[in-house]
Design a binder for this molecule. Structure first.
Ligand code: AGP
Length: 611
């Protein structure tokens, strides 16, 4: 949601803070601010809108803050109180020259606010974060880390925070519970952020705080404690992707770059995990013995948004190939409905960011109910990755665009490998396994051939950019593709779109079809294609224009639709990937032609770390 950057060391703090905020802007943005130490006070500057507004404000300071070597900064995605300068972070703590930035939600902020108002504190904002700042201030007796430790003992909810105090120059205090904080270790300096992408310009040596950790930092001196249990040490890990990997690489948008990265990102996902000889997948991160695999009764897949759509492909593949019961569920639904979970269940939590609050809560619910839990995550060191204790990293590289693309195709690739692994621990023969290995290893090349259609897809997009609403339909493995295609179109072009099972349209939604409402139909060759082509005719009889995703060379399907995009001929379980890539490009070009924001759509954030 929001972004945190903090710095203490020997160089001017402002350039480090501002470049970090720019890097984090994709996570969520409606305002931003900085607080830096100056000889006579902690100077705070805040601005509504994008980080560029804050930069303009700072330019008017004419360098007054340029000498500071310690400070904190924040980009905000509003949760409590509208996007205003007053609600922007940092928030100052009343009397003791304290400033604080915070990600997460303080759930008991109302009661704390009343208590602090009773102690004479005046609030300038509607935020829960200002409550935290004043609470820390009310505990301050000369030690910021002790004041924060004491304040956090009264806090219910989640936080990732960074704070400074005028009386303790050069010192940063950071803490986390439920919202990530990564500490970048430099030469005589330390850079802290809520996301590693803001620190890799300066260092690749990183420490990821655990929940309830609190760290006191001065220059490169670092002291980490765990609330309630004293000093702890945390492992230092190497951030393995480069700064330019997170750059646009010459593309107009991060989304287009990430769509075109997919042959490579999928190869990275598959690398070292396909055993062609034994016809199996090597998923050591699952950390399940052949016995545990063979005894698995059910696989429960939880996630949100695109990750949930990928999970649906996994459900079909695991049941199809392994004969293991599999179910996918929206994580928020799973966490609150008291699900029936057995110790023989494997819960797979799918999350690109590894920080989605509902998915993390579903993981914790599954752990509390005794299930085996595994993560399927892209962001190394993220909370879900660490709390599941076992899992499979996507290795898809940083996904900057809010609309998820390469994460989806890597998630599907991993889920196909999981289905293969489960199947080979049961009835699938080595030869059948070898065939499936060949099919999965062919996916990157299928994507390359689909990407070659980009110019054609851009042309087709011109015929659909003025529609008021759209339906995406598919069956079997192509039903999740319809859901994902609809999600892409609506979140970046703002055109209302719904994904439906092809058979479901005539049970009501078909009433909405008319000339201004096109249908995008997954008409790939394979089981169910004839039925879907029948649904296409039903849509055309209601004046809807139909764009078909068709198998290369399938002239019958081409003749049945008004426009088509060809994808390579392959089994339906792998056709999911090139078909989705075609719809990613379709949505991208429609949004581009409509002049939409694409990488940072209105109202959206890359990682939804609140309920
Ligand atoms: C997908 O394009 C969206 N940005 C959103 O649905 C996303 O997939 C969802 O919020 C889950 O995020 P996660 O994979 O990081 O958990």
């Amino acid at each position: 949601m929001c972004g945190i950057v903090a710095y203490t060391g020997s160089r001017p703090a402002l350039p480090v803070l501002l470049s970090g905020l720019k890097r984090l802007e994709y996570r969520g943005y409606d305002s931003s601010g900085i607080a830096v130490e100056t000889p006579d006070k902690i100077a705070v500057r805040k601005a509504k809108g994008k980080v560029s507004e804050l930069v303009n404000l700072l330019d008017s300071d004419e360098g007054a803050l340029d000498q500071s070597t310690c400070g904190i900064a924040h980009t905000r995605w509003a949760t409590h109180g509208p996007p205003t300068t007053e609600n922007a972070h940092p928030h100052a703590g009343g009397k003791n020259g304290i400033a604080l930035v915070h990600n997460g939600i303080i759930e008991n902020h109302r009661a704390l606010r009343q208590k602090l108002e009773g102690e004479g504190y005046i609030f300038l904002s509607e935020t829960d974060t200002e409550v935290l700042a004043h609470l820390v201030d009310s505990k301050y007796e000369g030690s910021l880390v002790d004041a924060i430790t004491s304040a956090l003992g009264e806090v219910e909810g989640t936080y990732g925070l960074a704070a400074v105090a005028h009386a303790e120059p050069g010192k940063l205090v950071v803490a986390r519970r439920g919202s990530p904080i990564v500490i970048g270790l430099g030469e005589n300096e330390t850079i802290v952020a809520s996301d590693a992408s803001a620190i890799i310009k300066y260092t690749r040596q990183a420490i990821y705080l655990d929940d309830n950790d609190i760290a006191c930092i001065c220059g490169s001196d670092l002291d980490i404690r765990s609330l309630g249990s004293g000093a702890v040490s945390r492992a230092t890990s190497e951030i393995d992707w480069s700064a330019d990997a997170a750059e646009k690489g010459g593309y107009e948008h991060y989304m287009l770059k990430e769509i075109f990265e997919q042959p490579e990102s999928i190869r990275n996902t598959l690398r070292g995990r396909m055993d062609a000889d034994r016809g199996n997948a090597i998923l050591s991160g699952l950390n399940l013995s052949p016995r545990e695999l063979a005894d698995l009764y059910r696989v429960l897949i939880v996630g949100c948004g695109t990750s949930m759509n990928a999970g649906l492909v996994g459900e079909y593949a695991i049941e199809d190939f392994a004969g293991v019961l599999a179910e996918v569920e929206q994580a928020a639904e799973f966490r609150y409905r008291n699900p029936i979970i057995k110790s023989s269940d494997l819960v797979v939590a799918i999350s690109q960011s590894g920080e989605t609050a509902d998915t993390l809560a579903a993981v914790r619910e599954a752990i509390d109910k005794g299930a085996l839990v595994s993560g399927l995550v892209n962001t190394v060191g993220s909370t879900i990755a660490r709390e599941t204790g076992r899992g499979i990293y996507l290795h898809a590289g940083p996904e900057i665009s809010v609309a998820s693309t390469k994460a989806f195709t890597s998630q599907v690739s991993v889920l196909l490998m999981m289905a293969l692994k489960f199947a080979r621990s049961r009835r699938m023969s080595r030869e059948e396994g070898r065939q499936m290995v060949r099919e999965i290893k062919a996916i990157p090349e299928l994507v390359e051939r689909t990407l070659a259609q980009n110019d054609h897809i851009a042309k087709v997009a011109e015929r659909y950019l003025d529609c008021t609403s759209a339906f995406f339909i598919g069956r079997g493995y192509l039903y999740p593709v319809a859901l994902e295609g609809a999600l892409k179109l609506k979140e970046i072009s703002y055109i209302h779109a719904e994904g439906y099972h092809a058979a479901e349209l005539k049970h009501g939604p078909i009433a909405l079809l008319e000339a201004s409402v096109p249908v995008i139909a997954l008409c790939n060759k394979g089981p169910g294609q004839d039925k879907t082509l029948g649904n296409v005719a039903e849509c055309q009889a209601r004046d809807s224009r139909v764009l078909g995703i068709v198998t290369e060379g399938d002239t019958e399907a081409m003749a049945a639709v008004d426009d088509y995009i060809e994808v390579p001929d392959c089994p339906l379980h792998t056709a999911v990937v090139p078909s989705t890539v075609a719809l990613q490009l379709l949505s991208y070009h429609i949004a581009r032609l409509r002049g939409c924001a694409i990488d940072q759509p209105r109202n959206l954030a890359k990682s939804v770390t609140v309920e």
